[in-house]
Design a protein around this ligand. Structure first.
Ligand code: PLP
Length: 377
């Protein structure tokens, strides 16, 4: 199998798998238990929290483990509007957020919140001046992702923070860094955000673990009620094996950060060059500012068909996270590109494991598929 869909999920790295195995079979105590086996689990949890916090660039007490990126996004959005409920009912987000942001925002719109959606240009870029113009004294939340999951573009989160400060708006700033984490350098402080979401399975940890950063001093409400875990902010017995795996995956990535970034970016550029050379009818929809994601299109060849035929040849790429039943995903659609380009769009996303030979195989397969099929125009 050739796996080129690393923005969807990643293979768990050996370091993470071994760490999870050790915690599941040996250090499996409940961190809340009073005896030594529990205390050892609590100590391990503390060390793992410190490792992940260092990777995020925050204090350990600013990091709250969640089950996934979706939970972090939902929690951040609901808690932020609750926090600002006496100040206003206006939210700003972008038209190209993941559904983990768009759906909770839509639910709030149904409850009477007013939402401004910032629209991207054809390359998927958001203009920070649009945000500055949209800010109001009753804006309580701005939610802007750092890296878009389908185009790989970087959004102007730091500029958003500056605009919020300059406007005097009471808005809290949340950023979804599920695709950015470890791939592009940032710290919450540099970005100037109040809330930030990460997810483990995009960085070679298992599914079922993520985290929400909450700026120190910001007193928000938990999403769920229960025991006192995570300082009472996220109840439920801590998934210590997944947390250990996330910490190990972060450390393994940090140990090779420069090398991984270069390798991923070189492989992506090699693919884009080969694609353009071998398929003159192809369009590069997005080179991706982030090292690991790009999007291409073969106008006239529906991406669902391409994904299926590539899958038959053992190659995994994505047609975009919501492209189905002949409709382009909301992200591709928001770029306003011609419909044929949108319907033939493919996202290709890389990990340090991918090779140029795999890129050659993908390009060769696309050449064969398109030569065997006449474009539907
Ligand atoms: N946000 C972005 C940008 C994503 O790409 C994803 C997953 O694809 C999510 C949020 C949701 O993360 P999770 O799958 O951990 O719930």
């Amino acid at each position: 199998m050739i796996y080129l869909d690393n923005a969807a999920t990643t293979r768990v790295c050996p370091e993470a798998a071994l760490a999870a195995m050790a915690v599941m079979t040996e250090g499996f105590g409940n961190p809340s238990s009073r005896y030594a086996h529990g205390a050892a689990a609590a100590e391990r949890l503390q060390a793992d929290r410190a490792t992940v916090a260092a990777a995020v660039g925050c204090l350990p007490e600013e990091l709250f483990f969640t089950s996934c990126g979706t939970e972090g996004d939902n929690w951040a959005i609901r808690a932020a509007v609750e926090y600002g409920k006496r100040k206003g009912r206006h939210i700003i987000t972008t038209a190209i957020e993941h559904s983990a942001v768009l759906e909770p925002v839509r639910a709030l719109a149904n409850q009477g919140y007013e939402v401004t959606y910032l629209r991207p240009d054809r390359w998927g870029r958001i203009d920070p001046q649009d945000l500055a113009a949209a800010l109001r004294p009753d804006t309580v939340l701005v939610s802007m992702m750092l890296v878009n999951n389908e185009l790989g573009t970087i959004l102007p989160v730091k500029e958003a923070a500056e605009a919020i400060r300059a406007s005097g708006s009471p808005a809290l700033l949340h950023t979804d860094t599920v695709q950015a984490f470890l791939k592009v350098p940032f710290t919450p402080k540099d970005l100037g955000v109040d809330l930030l979401t990460i997810s483990g399975h995009k960085v070679r940890a298992p599914k079922g673990i993520g985290a929400l950063y909450i700026r120190k001093g910001l007193k928000l409400k938990p999403l769920m009620l229960g025991g006192g875990q995570e300082s009472g902010m996220r109840p439920g017995t801590e998934p210590t094996a997944q947390i250990a795996a996330l910490a190990a995956a972060c450390q393994a990535w940090l140990d090779h950060r420069e090398e991984y970034t270069k390798r991923i970016e070189d492989t992506k550029n090699y693919f884009l060059d080969s694609f353009s050379a071998a398929l003159p009818q192809g369009v590069v929809v997005s080179h991706g500012d982030a090292p690991h994601i790009c999007a291409v299109s073969l106008p006239g060849y529906p991406s669902e068909m391409l994904v299926r035929e590539l899958s038959d040849r053992g190659i995994c790429v994505s047609s975009g996270s919501a492209c189905h039943r002949g409709k382009p995903s909301h992200v591709f659609a928001a770029t306003g590109r011609p419909k044929a380009e949108l319907l033939g769009a493919l996202r290709v996303s890389f990990s340090p494991e991918n090779t140029t030979e795999e890129c050659d195989a993908l390009v060769q397969a696309l050449v064969e598929i398109t030569s065997a099929r006449v474009a539907a125009r």
